[in-house]
Design a binder for this molecule. Structure first.
Ligand code: ASP
Length: 437
């Protein structure tokens, strides 16, 4: 029999009605043996996530304030879920443990993890599945880094002995039992780790959209949902701001060659997006899978006569950035010119110093910084085998009156990166989308 790992996000488990939908989805296919659950998320735009309520409890306790009103709000969220589902769950006893913790040594990560802990326990009770506390089987090093090797050993041993289970998302623990969390949205990563541990045939990630969009719907009107996307393409698009999964969630399943299917809990019949190690046989890669972009970039521009023949010029320039801990994004060069694109935020507080060091060290004829730039990525594996995409992109931008400030194509030829002024950003995305999708 196949094994599918399902992960339900906070909006999919925000209240009893949503939990029922998730449970129906799980029960519909016996292959869905392992579920990973988030804490209850927002029920409406104005609502607050349980994880944020728990951070508030911790903040109150750490400041010596009365945390009871905040804790009562958490209690009410869970009590209404329990009552509505009609499950038996020892909420009061669990809250007493949390209360005791808050009174003695309040800890942010422990408190944040309680949303997943409680919600997963309740979901397990409702489904009649075993509950697995990741504090016992997802291991962190003392420096807070995730320990993949020990986790794989502990988790696969535990899960392989179970017919089905709910594993709480978002956290694990150090060997000494201290609870540690992943960064926000980290239950996606837990799902991926569980899928790798049980060698799942598929990792279904259930959320509140019917898949990944081929462009930002806030910029492009009703963009197409991507049906298939490779891990590599996903990486390029998410780096450029297209968010559908926690950034690190792809790595465990990618290592294991497991596909991820993004699905919509509120529209379970929609096929969603398949994120795959490689496209299924007989399927040709799309020329362009998606367009994404982000604002907030700067470029440092340098000119120097005979730069071309000066050995180590780029090395010395990048060493200055390196010494300030500044990563760079792109570095297009001319014969006697060079520019470096970086996120503007990295220049905060050290801009003058960096420029002074460049002047002293490299003695340029011209040095300038330009802010308010945006980068766009046109991503598609099929571009490497076809002609004309770049021509269409440039024509579309020219027709939209957008000035191209930078161009770069990755060596895999699966992306074209275009730099434009921030004021042209949305027009550029729309023009490119119309031209290539
Ligand atoms: N509940 C956590 C958060 O709000 C983790 C998650 O939902 O993935 O970030």
């Amino acid at each position: 029999m196949q094994t599918i790992v399902v992960k339900f996000g906070g909006s999919s488990l925000a209240d009893a009605a949503q939990i029922r939908k998730a449970a129906d989805i799980i029960k519909k296919d016996p292959a869905r043996r392992f579920a990973v659950a988030s804490a209850p998320g927002k029920r409406s735009k104005e609502d607050i996530k349980v994880t944020d309520m728990l951070y508030r409890c911790e903040a109150a306790a750490a400041a010596g304030r009365d945390f009871e009103p905040e804790l009562q709000a958490v209690r009410e969220r869970f009590q209404s879920i329990i009552d509505d589902l009609g499950v038996s769950y020892p909420l009061e006893a669990e809250l007493d443990v949390i209360r005791k913790h808050l009174k003695t040594a309040p800890d942010k990560e422990y408190m944040a993890s309680r949303g997943e802990y409680l919600n997963s326990g309740i979901l397990a009770a409702y489904l009649g599945f075993a509950f697995v506390d990741p504090a016992e089987v997802i291991r962190f090093h003392e420096n807070g880094q995730y320990d993949a090797e020990t986790t794989h050993f502990l988790l696969s041993n535990r899960l392989n002995g179970l017919e089905n289970a709910v594993v709480a998302g978002f956290y694990g623990a150090e060997e000494n039992g201290r609870v540690r969390t992943f960064s926000r949205g980290g239950s996606d990563l837990t799902g991926s780790i569980v899928a790798e541990a049980v060698r799942a045939d598929l990792y279904e990630n259930w959320t509140d959209v019917s898949g990944m969009m081929s462009a930002d719907p806030r910029v492009v009107d009703s963009p197409r949902v991507i049906d298939f996307i490779s891990y590599q393409e996903l990486r390029e698009l998410s780096y450029m701001g297209a968010t559908v999964l926690h950034e690190e969630a792809v790595f465990p399943v990618r290592r294991a060659g497991i596909a991820i299917n993004i699905r919509n809990t509120n529209a379970p019949e929609d096929p969603g997006t398949m994120i795959v190690p490689s496209l299924p046989r007989g399927r040709r890669p799309r020329k362009v899978t998606g367009v994404a972009g982000r604002t907030g970039f700067s470029s440092i521009q340098i000119e120097k006569s005979l730069m071309n023949g000066e050995v180590g010029f780029a090395f010395r320039l990048l060493s200055i950035l390196n010494a300030h801990g500044i990563p760079f994004e792109h570095c297009p060069t001319g014969i006697d010119t060079m520019s470096v694109f970086l996120r503007t935020e990295y220049l905060n507080g050290c801009r003058e110093e960096v420029l002074r060091e460049i002047r002293d060290e490299l003695k340029p004829d011209m040095l300038a910084v330009e802010d308010e730039l945006a980068l766009l990525a046109i991503v598609g594996q099929g571009m490497a085998y076809s002609k004309g995409t770049a021509a269409r992109v440039f024509t579309a931008l020219a027709e939209a009156g957008v000035n191209i400030r930078m161009l770069d194509q990755g060596s895999s030829e699966m992306n074209i990166i275009v730099g434009v002024e921030e004021s042209d950003f949305e027009d550029a995305v729309r023009a490119i989308y119309r031209a290539v999708m």
